[in-house]
Design a protein around this ligand. Structure first.
Ligand SMILES: [Zn+2]
Length: 496
């Protein structure tokens, strides 16, 4: 048995000004890893592609990995980058194989295609009309028919934060292997609801997504090969942004349809629960101070979530609204992760550890799609640390995967330690802090540019959480986003 195993992952925020060239898909180096380097990068990690490699090796299958391309979310993918990735995968498939295992995101938009995964599948199918294909996909998939009708198996993450990427790879891969070995005949049903669940209400520890995902797991325990609810990614102004469901059964199309419809009905009945209510930032600052004043000695920090500027939702990670409010409020003993500002890092490197520096920090990127200009903030302090910014996740999310923050420095204002980085990395893993010599549990406050994923590695440390509405292209305020292409009517943009 010969398999093609490949990865193409990008969540595209169509409002994001952050460019997405091919180099963004490379953790270190100008191009994403291929062949043995790709296998070495992902074997043994908590990723879907890592699970595919394990399955292939366990089954004694011959396999090739033409590319493993994974980029932090940003604006639409450069056509040249997409063409490069797709061509590598297509060439491998054209070389002959019995099955294809794809580790995809599901919300990729390119300069030319609003359904990047659908375009990839169109190109693969032009070469190999009937080879069985399975895909492991992110819960934030925005599902298009052009994609779904060209694959045999879809399995999506059932957790957010995404701590089951590896398990999702196993679910997708086992279903495809069962097909290739003649033990199963996967049949799939899918559908969408006209609803845009807010990201801040999508956590799988919270209702209603907790119950939706539990029902998916129950269906799998009852015989579904894979059952998935995609909550969708709403900061993408494309026709089919939003919630969808897919169920794969073993040769039982009627059951797949019935279960898929049940998941869609359940989601629709809970649509109001997916609406997020924003707290004014001044109220958040006052509440954070009160929570810190009342917390018992030795308890963990009050976490301040800057949820409008999360680089894992395409945020520039350089808006200064929340950090500015923290500085203005005079909050003390704060660790802030992180501000993306390569220029400021270089200035701190030139200053050297122990030196005093005044920075025009952040705000380098304008955000024309939401009508905002970047606004730097003048900040003075001492350079506490300079490092190369490389670390490997402890887990549970993306365990063992390598992160590259690029040249990184820590500025200490006396009240706030600000981590400044040169590549986008979301703080969802304690290793991000240990890499820069900060013990977050020791601080009174921790500011994170994150939405839900921080819970994976840091939630257990927190005494309390305050969700702070700043500015940025992953804003939780739909009114700030000019939706022009998403299908209408859709809830909650329209009263349905
Ligand atoms: Zn996701």
């Amino acid at each position: 048995m010969k398999l093609v195993i490949a990865q193409m992952k990008h969540e595209t925020n169509t409002y994001s000004p952050v460019p997405t060239p091919l180099a963004r898909f490379a953790a270190a180096g100008a191009t994403p890893p291929v062949g043995a380097a790709a296998v070495a990068a992902y074997r043994g990690t908590g990723s879907a592609i890592g699970a595919f490699i394990e399955l292939a090796e366990q089954h004694g299958a011959e396999f090739v990995v033409p590319i493993a391309a994974n980029a932090w979310p940003s604006g639409p993918v450069d056509d040249r980058a997409f063409d490069h990735i797709a061509q590598r995968i297509c060439d491998a498939v054209a070389g002959g194989c019995d099955g294809v295992l794809l580790d995809l995101h599901g919300a990729m938009v390119t300069q030319s295609h609003e359904d990047g995964e659908g375009e990839l599948l169109r190109r693969i199918r032009a070469l190999a009309p009937s080879v069985p294909i399975a895909a492991a996909m992110d819960m934030h998939t925005n599902l298009y028919d052009a994609f779904a009708q060209r694959v045999q198996v879809i399995a999506g993450y059932q957790t957010y934060p995404h701590v089951d990427m590896h398990g999702t790879g196993l679910r997708a891969g086992r279903a495809l292997l069962a097909q290739l070995q003649g033990r199963a005949r996967p049949t799939m049903a899918w559908g969408r609801q006209p609803m845009l669940p807010h990201v801040m209400r999508q956590g799988s520890d919270d209702s209603p997504n907790r119950e939706l995902q539990a029902r998916c797991r129950e269906m799998e325990a009852q015989g579904a090969l894979c059952a998935t609810v995609f909550v969708g990614f709403p900061n993408a102004d494309i026709e089919y942004a939003g919630l969808s469901a897919v169920v794969v059964t073993d040769h039982n199309p009627a059951l797949a349809r019935r279960w898929c419809d049940e998941l869609l009905e359940l989601a629709w009945s809970q649509r109001a629960q997916f609406v997020y209510r924003i707290e004014p930032l001044a109220d958040s600052m006052a509440r954070a101070r009160a929570l810190a004043d009342a917390k018992p000695p030795g308890s963990g920090p009050v976490v301040l979530l800057d949820h409008s500027d999360n680089c894992a939702s395409g945020g520039t990670m350089d808006t200064m609204t929340v950090l500015g409010a923290i500085l203005d409020a005079g909050l003390d003993d704060v660790a802030a992760f992180a501000v993306f500002d390569p220029q400021a890092v270089q200035q701190m490197i030139a200053t050297g550890v122990g030196g005093s520096v005044t920075l025009s920090l952040g705000g380098k990127l304008d955000m024309p799609a939401i009508g905002l200009k970047g606004e730097p903030r003048t900040v003075s302090g001492t350079v506490r640390l300079i490092c190369d910014g490389g670390f490997r996740n402890y887990g549970p999310m993306a365990r063992g995967e390598y992160n590259d923050m690029g040249p990184t420095a820590v500025l200490d204002t006396g009240r706030v330690k600000i981590v400044v980085i040169s590549n986008h990395v979301e703080p969802h893993d304690l290793a991000a802090f240990t890499a820069v010599g900060i013990a977050p549990e020791r601080h009174r406050f921790v500011m994170l540019k994150s939405r839900i994923h921080w819970r994976a590695g840091l939630r257990s440390l927190a005494h309390a959480v305050v969700e702070c509405a700043g500015t940025g292209v992953c804003t939780s305020d739909y009114a700030a986003l000019a939706f022009q292409h998403v299908r209408r009517p859709i809830y909650p943009l329209d009263a349905l």
